[in-house]
Design a protein around this ligand. Structure first.
Ligand code: GDP
Length: 351
C-alpha cells in the first residue's frame, strides 16, 4: 500500500465517511467535491479534475463500501491512483542513447527557467559521465547568451553562442557541429529546430517556490509527454529525477495546506524573494529562521521579532516590514479567493 497524506478537510471528509454507517452517493459526492476544490486550487485543469471525479466514482463501488471494507482506504487509494494515472502519459520518457550524440532542445516561456534548467540538466549528466555541451539559440532575450556562458563556465561545461547571429537555426547547426564535430544526423536534428518539434519530455521548474504543483498534471495531459525532472531551486544541483508516486504524495501534502485554507506566513514566504536571502544563510541559521517564521503570528509580531528576522536574514528592517505589508494584502486576497472558490463550487455543483 501507498501511504498518502491527504488534505485537512479531505481527511476530515474521509474520517467522517469511515465512521458513518451509511455511505450513500451524497456522502461520496461531498468528499469528492472537497478533493476537487483542493485540486483546482493547486492549479489542476478543470477538465482533468472533473474526469478524475467521474473515474473515482466509477472505481469506488458503493456496494463494496457498504459491505464494511475500509472505506477510507478504498477512496484514498483511488484518489492516489487517479493522480498517478494522470501523470503517466503511457509513453516512455525520452532517454539519451549511450554511445550516440543527442541534441535536446529546451522550450518554454520566458522566465520559466530554461537557461537555469539546461545547465542543471547538463551538470546532472556530466556528473554521470556524459559529455554535455550547451548552445544558446535564444537570440531574442537580451543577455541570454551571457547568462548561459556564466552558468556553463561555473559548471565547466563547453558552450557555444553568438552575440551577432540572429538566426537561431544557424547557431544551433554551428554550435552542435562545433562542440561535437559530428555528422549529418545531428545536423538534420538541428535543422528540425525550424519546425515545431513534438515534446519529448518535460521538466517542471520552480517546484520549490511554487505554491501549486498541480500544473504538472495539466501539462502532462496537454502534451501527452512525461515529466522527467523537477527543478527545486535556483542552484545547479537543485534538480531531481521525477518520480510519479513521491510527487503525488507531495502534491497531496500541498493540498492539505490549501484545503485547510490557511494562508500562513511561511507559505507566503515560500513565494517571496526573502527566501533567497534565507537560503544564503548557513544551515543552522536557516533552520532557526524558518522556525521563527513558522511560529510567528503576524498580529503578534513585535518590533524585536521583526528585528531578529531582519538580522537573521541580513536584510534591512524596512524590507521585513514591507514584506509583512505585502503578506497582509496577499492574505486578504487569499481569503477572498477562498470564499469565492467556495461560492463557485456550490454554483457549479461539479458532477
Ligand atoms: P529562461 O528565460 O526560461 O531562460 O529562465 P531563466 O533560466 O533565466 O530563469 C528565470 C528565473 O527563474 C531565474 O531567476 C532563475 O534563477 C529562476 N529559476 C529557474 N529555475 C528555478 C527553480 O527550480 N526554482 C527557483 N526558485 N527558481 C528558479
Amino acid at each position: 500500500g501507498v501511504s498518502v497524506l491527504l488534505g485537512g478537510s479531505i481527511s476530515r471528509a474521509l474520517q467522517q465517511m469511515s465512521n458513518s454507517m451509511i455511505i450513500d452517493e451524497k456522502v461520496l459526492n461531498d468528499c469528492l467535491n472537497e478533493i476537487t476544490r483542493a485540486l483546482l486550487q493547486a492549479d489542476v485543469q478543470f477538465k482533468l479534475v472533473r474526469d478524475m471525479q467521474t473515474n473515482i466514482k466509477k472505481i469506488v463501488n458503493l456496494d463494496d463500501l457498504a459491505a464494511g471494507h475500509n472505506k477510507r482506504k478504498i477512496i484514498q487509494q483511488a484518489i492516489f491512483n487517479e493522480l498517478c494515472k494522470i501523470l503517466d502519459p503511457g509513453k516512455p520518457a525520452f532517454t539519451l542513447k549511450k554511445g550516440k550524440s543527442s541534441v535536446v532542445m529546451f522550450v518554454g516561456l520566458q522566465g520559466s527557467g530554461k537557461t537555469t534548467t539546461c545547465t542543471k540538466y547538463a551538470y546532472y549528466h556530466q556528473k554521470k559521465g556524459w559529455k554535455p555541451a550547451l548552445v544558446c539559440v535564444d537570440t531574442f532575450r537580451a543577455g541570454a547568451f551571457d547568462q548561459l556562458k556564466q552558468n556553463s563556465t561555473k559548471a565547466k561545461i563547453p558552450f557555444y553562442g553568438s552575440y551577432t547571429e540572429s538566426d537561431p537555426v544557424r547557431i544551433a547547426v554551428e554550435g552542435v557541429g562545433n562542440l561535437l564535430c559530428i555528422g549529418q544526423a545531428t545536423f538534420d536534428q538541428a535543422q528540425a529546430f525550424k519546425q515545431s518539434v513534438a515534446v519529448g519530455a518535460m521538466i517542471v521548474t520552480k517546484m520549490d517556490g511554487h505554491a501549486k504543483g498541480g500544473g504538472a498534471l495539466s501539462a502532462v495531459a496537454a502534451t501527452k509527454s512525461p515529466v522527467i525532472f523537477i527543478g527545486t531551486g535556483e542552484h545547479m544541483d537543485e534538480f531531481e529525477v521525477f518520480n510519479v508516486k513521491p510527487f503525488v504524495s507531495r502534491l497531496l501534502a500541498l493540498l492539505q495546506e490549501l484545503s485547510e485554507g490557511t494562508f500562513t506566513l511561511r507559505n507566503f514566504l515560500k513565494m517571496g524573494p526573502i527566501v533567497q536571502e534565507i537560503s544564503m544563510l548557513p544551515g543552522a541559521s536557516q533552520e532557526l529562521m524558518r522556525k521563527e517564521l513558522d511560529s510567528s503570528n503576524l498580529k503578534l509580531m513585535n518590533e524585536s521579532q521583526i528585528m531578529r528576522i531582519a538580522r537573521g536574514c541580513g536584510c534591512p528592517v524596512r524590507n521585513v516590514m514591507e514584506m509583512l505589508e505585502k503578506y497582509k494584502t496577499t492574505a486578504k486576497t487569499w481569503k477572498r479567493l477562498e470564499i469565492s472558490k467556495k461560492g463557485d463550487m456550490n454554483a457549479q455543483n461539479m458532477r
